[in-house]
Design a protein around this ligand. Structure first.
Ligand code: 8DG
Length: 315
């Protein structure tokens, strides 16, 4: 496993380098830091930082633990965050610390979140556990904020204190990703903006008893099986309005794409300025010739709403 390098909004999580030893020693050789960490001695011996940094690389190569430097975006060391793999690689323990001057700014949470997410996504962990001293309120808050659940109390041996101490135990299971909603069937409906010589657009009111009854729509309808879009529209215009239109007078204008409850409507909208015959409402439907800037006054199906502004601009 290659050592990870993770960037967050403010931080860079990267493998520790030998050059970090001095800064690491300075930051961790502070009882307010080391006293909260189970496996860190206090005082922290000078040479230990070098040895520990070297061991992190060996452990990462073996896939046993992933301890990274928490650094600012320039790479300056601020603390460490790590995952120690347990139980046949499905579980790991999360730990983190920051130098005292970096406390209270949300860095611990930012770093722990990034490494935990990497652990679930890349290492394929099912569960991450963590613990915090019962009086380490800040660390408990970080864990709760990240979605860790309390799992009761335990004890752990703290090297810096040379004794067992009470800790709160936490765990977080791999977040379950929501299943993508099954795709709705796509319904292709062709429609047209008929424009008269005054620049007005024809709207037809959907009759009572039908879906979306009472709303104003562009003339058109569904394709019959085996029918092409223009042919279907020419047929619908004859059936609904008794006008004759040729395919060459149907110019593609825009389209609507809208998820209704039972289907996803995909509706190419053509524009047509020339037709033959006396336009009349064959099916008794209400018709209205509407200026583009008045379209909003006519309630339309949800799929049509985005088309109104487009028509105002394009016509
Ligand atoms: N013609 C047209 N249909 C639209 C518009 N906006 C919109 O959401 N639709 C929807 C309503 C319908 O679900 C579908 C058009 O189908 P349709 O007019 O052929 O059929 P329908 O629902 O009236 O009923 P039916 O013929 O199946 O009995 O597209 C529009 O501007 N014009």
């Amino acid at each position: 496993m290659n050592p990870p390098e993770l960037r967050t909004e403010r931080l860079l999580l990267r493998p520790l380098a030998p050059a970090d030893a001095q800064a690491l020693h300075r930051l961790v050789n502070d009882y307010s830091v080391a006293g909260n960490l189970a496996r860190v001695p206090f005082p922290y011996p000078e040479g230990l930082a070098q040895d520990w940094i070297a061991s992190t690389h060996a452990q990462m190569a073996r896939g046993e633990a992933f301890d990274l430097a928490i650094s600012d975006s320039q790479g300056a060391l601020m603390g460490c965050v790590g995952l120690t793999v347990k139980r046949g690689a499905s579980e790991a323990e999360l730990g983190y610390w920051l130098g005292r001057k970096f406390w209270g700014k949300g860095y611990g949470r930012e770093a722990a979140k990034a490494l935990a997410t990497w652990g679930f996504d890349v290492l394929g962990l099912d569960r991450i556990v963590a613990s915090a001293l019962t009086d380490n309120i800040a660390s408990q808050k970080v864990l709760r904020d990240l979605g860790f659940q309390p799992q009761g109390e335990g004890t752990a041996h703290f090297m810096s204190r040379n004794r067992h101490m009470p800790v709160y135990l936490f765990s977080m299971d791999k977040p379950r990703h929501a299943e993508p909603a099954p795709a709705l069937p796509v319904l292709l409906v062709v429609a047209v903006a008929l424009v008269d010589t005054d620049g007005r657009i024809l709207l037809a009111q959907r009759p009572p008893g039908k879906a979306l009854a009472g709303l104003w729509e562009f003339p058109g309808g569904k394709l019959n099986p085996g029918e092409g879009p223009e042919t279907a529209l020419i047929r619908e215009l004859k059936e609904e309005l008794d006008i004759d239109v040729t395919a060459s007078c149907l110019a593609p204008l825009t389209f609507a794409s809208h998820a209704y409850e039972k289907f996803h409507l995909l509706m190419p909208l053509y524009v047509c300025r020339r037709w033959k015959g006396m336009l009349r409402p064959v099916e008794g439907q209400q018709l209205a010739w509407v200026r583009p800037n008045k379209l909003e006054e006519y309630p339309m199906p949800p799929a049509d709403k985005p088309l109104i502004a487009m028509l105002r601009e394009m016509l």
